[in-house]
Design a protein. Structure first.
Length: 330
């Protein structure tokens, strides 16, 4: 009988030890707004940065990874669930997720990435109150540079079309920048709003019917998730399509300028490590991407009636040739 009691006591101690070990794991709640390729790349790069620096899921860190699947209310529920689970850090990929995280907690450290303008997330409140627990990496795109690039490629282009998503602050931010900078270049932005990714195909056709000279698709989460539909129609109608992020050349854009989203996610991971190691998020300045990438798709360019000069070809970071093979770092 004594042996049974002793064994039960030992089992109880072991179970309590395991439970205690699980409790002390540093817990990070990670969430993204949808399955857009950019979101997935940022998330994977973030986790790689943790792994490269010795953090392993279930060993010395607990990662709770969620996807709102394009539903903003779901993003808000996820953020609130992270708070309820008392995570040690919240990592938000995209402006809607960042907004949700800020509304959910002003105490838990928040690290953001793939957010165009973090200062728009909670307007109307003092900076120190809304960002005391926040740091991260902004994805503000090179709008001015891209429009100048379009002018270089298509000197006669005047009417430039784009889709945008009114429910996304980042989309409105990019649209305003595009309108402002296009005007300086003697160009006009023709914008068609969409409510969700299922409208992208039809709205692209509406845009093409507006007798535009080219499409410059600003980057937002809703349209990035369905960008292939834009690329398909641009090719079928011979309309030059320029993307707002480099990955879009793999989905039908003839050219794109922007940031390496892997680098962006990795930088966010490095910042998260600093926060985990005790640094105050408020003391870590927001980081901004600066290395603009130029990607070209010669196969798409041929369909869209676009020719690139030798100078532009030499400046490109990645070129997809006009055959079935793909070059560059895929």
């Amino acid at each position: 009988m004594k042996k049974i009691v002793t064994l039960l006591l030992l089992l109880f101690v072991l179970l309590m030890g395991c439970s205690k070990e699980e409790e002390i794991l540093y817990t990070i709640g990670i969430f993204q707004i949808n399955d857009a390729p950019t979101m997935t790349v940022v998330r994977d790069a973030f986790i790689k940065a943790l792994n490269d620096n010795g953090l392993r899921q279930g060993e010395n860190v607990k990662l709770i990874v969620k996807n709102a699947m394009g539903d903003i209310p779901e993003a808000q529920r996820i953020a609130q669930s992270f708070v309820a689970q008392e995570v040690d850090m919240i990592v938000a990929f995209s402006t809607p997720c960042f907004q949700a995280a800020l509304h959910a907690s002003r105490d838990i450290p928040i690290v953001f990435s793939s957010v165009a303008n973090p200062y728009l997330a909670v307007p109307g409140t003092p900076d120190e109150s809304r960002f005391k627990n926040v740091t991260g990496v902004s994805s503000k795109g090179p709008i001015k540079e891209t429009l100048a690039f379009i002018k270089e490629v298509l000197p006669e282009a005047h009417r430039i079309g784009t889709l945008w998503t009114p429910s996304e602050l980042n989309s409105k931010f990019y649209l305003d920048l595009a309108i402002e900078n296009a005007d300086k270049l003697g160009m006009e932005i023709v914008a068609v709003p969409i409510a969700n990714s299922s409208e992208v195909l039809l709205s692209t056709q509406v845009l093409i019917n507006e007798q535009i000279d080219a499409i410059y698709q600003i980057s937002d989460n809703t349209i990035n998730a369905a960008f292939e539909a834009v690329g398909k129609l641009a090719g079928e109608n011979g309309v030059p399509l320029f993307g707002g992020q480099p990955y879009s050349t793999r989905l039908g854009a003839c050219a794109a300028m922007g940031w390496d989203f892997f680098d962006m996610g990795y930088k966010a991971g490095e910042i998260a490590l600093r926060v985990k190691n005790g640094e105050d998020p408020a003391a870590i300045p927001f980081q901004y991407m600066s290395d603009v990438k130029i990607n070209l798709n010669l196969k798409a360019a041929k369909k869209q009636g676009v020719h690139f000069s030798e100078d532009i070809l030499n400046r490109a970071d990645e070129i997809i040739p006009d055959d079935t093979s793909i070059s560059g770092n895929l």
